[in-house]
Design a protein around this ligand. Structure first.
Ligand SMILES: Cc1ncc(COP(=O)(O)O)c(C=O)c1O
Length: 414
């Protein structure tokens, strides 16, 4: 990022961002906490919490009734749908809210699967989180659908694109692919994958949960039919968002109550929604848009993500170079020169992933460990028993915090 850009927009600087996140003040063992657990869920700016508490304290109601707080709830949901539409580059009536990405994907897969059976094929990938595997795998047992998993090259962290082409043959109904890997940081060329699937007549489902905090989703550019993400990964509360093409959202045979609305997007939303989280997701999108410049919210988001990407690229290079230089440390996934997010996973010889996470926590450096439900990836890396350690840089991460991470790991390596 250029000096002039940050001078004009102090909100774009890491310092300008950090003041909005009260949890960054937390101390542990006498030191300020450095949060590297963003891929599991980011910290939340005060404006998100304020919006949620304002909703609960002043507007709390169920939806759809005639009295003011219910009307306000409906208006808040509509406004949030528009914010989420701007976030994914879609339309407000194409946005479905739900508990999280996993529940939304199970729900959608069940509905789509009601029209599929023996002889039909769904293609998934070994690189994906199991939330983008299990809902489709269930259709094997429930509907007799054949599920094919595209091979991951564990050494490079990349999908085998020839294998994808080979698997996209016959009666392929759907390709389910992640925009980025939550275990390795790999960024997939979603546009190319969706184009390949489309050419065979398949519809496409994109898991943008890991990519969304790093790469602004763009359903138009991806050319996908469905996309799911989760606000708690991009500085919002715990809620999932599904975008879909209206004709599909209106026709998919999802389980629903007869008296519930039968028009999209409402027909995919089960029961009473977490209105406070819907309000919080809106505030998170507005917070991110507020970091950038532009005439529309989408333009501001595009600008903000460009600036954040530039900074996170520098952080991932620092993390990768520092960690991979340490004796006994193995880093996984694409090199920083390739398309990747600022999520770096690694192991330290002679230590379980939990030991590493505990030792770093002593230094107030918070990292996650295990398989992150990307179980197939971790199995293919040969670390099913002990898991791996994952450190993710977010919009509030500083080079100084990365130094502390590297120093903490260095103290363990030999
Ligand atoms: C890539 C990816 N997909 C799906 C999920 C599941 O998301 P949710 O917790 O919203 O169900 C996660 C959560 O970590 C993830 O990282």
């Amino acid at each position: 990022m250029t000096a002039t850009l940050t001078a004009r927009r102090p909100a774009l600087t890491t310092e300008g961002i950090r003041i909005h996140f009260p949890s960054l003040e937390r101390r542990h063992n006498g030191q300020q906490v450095a949060y590297f657990d963003g891929p599991g869920g980011t910290q939340v700016p005060r404006v998100v919490v304020d919006a949620m508490s304002d909703y609960l304290l002043n507007h709390n109601s169920n939806s759809g009734w005639a009295y003011p707080s219910s009307v306000e709830t409906d208006a808040a949901v509509a406004a949030s749908r528009q914010a989420m539409a701007d976030f994914v580059n879609g339309r407000a009536d194409e946005i479905v809210f739900g508990q999280n990405m996993t529940s939304l994907t199970f729900h959608l897969a069940r509905g789509l699967g009601r029209d599929w059976g023996k002889g039909d094929v769904v293609v998934i990938t070994e690189l994906d989180h199991h939330a983008n595997q299990a809902p489709w795998r269930d259709l094997e047992t429930e509907r007799g659908v054949e599920v094919r998993a595209v091979r991951l090259d564990a050494a490079t962290g990349q999908l085998d694109w020839d294998d994808l082409a080979r698997k996209l043959t016959g009666r392929v109904k759907l390709l389910a692919i992640g925009a980025a890997s939550n275990a390795l940081g790999t960024v997939n060329d979603v546009h190319a994958a969706c184009a390949m699937a489309k050419a065979t007549g398949a519809i496409t489902f994109v898991d943008a949960v890991h990519s969304a905090p790093h790469i602004l989703p763009d359903v138009d550019a991806y050319g996908c039919d469905f996309l799911a993400c989760s606000a708690y990964k991009f500085y919002g509360p715990h809620i999932g968002i599904l975008w879909g093409r209206p004709e599909l959202l209106n026709s998919v045979r999802v389980p629903k109550l007869i008296p519930a609305p039968n028009e999209a997007p409402d027909r995919l939303e089960t029961g009473t929604q977490s209105f406070e989280s819907i309000v919080g997701a809106h505030a998170a999108v507005d917070y991110l848009a507020g970091i950038g410049d532009g005439a529309t919210r989408r333009e501001r988001l595009v600008h903000a993500f460009e600036a954040m990407h530039e900074r996170q690229q520098a952080l991932v290079e620092q993390m990768w170079t520092g960690l991979s230089a340490l004796r006994g440390v193995t880093t996984f996934g694409p090199l920083p020169t390739e398309a990747r997010t600022s999520t770096v996973s690694f192991t330290v010889a002679g230590h379980t992933s939990k030991d590493v996470a505990l030792a770093l926590a002593e230094q107030a450096v918070f990292v996650s460990n295990g398989d992150f439900y990307a179980t197939t990836v971790i199995e293919k890396l040969g670390h099913a028993a002990d898991g791996i350690v994952r450190a993710g840089a977010a919009c509030y991460t500083t080079p100084g915090e990365v130094e502390r991470l590297i120093a903490g790991v260095a103290a363990l390596s030999s």
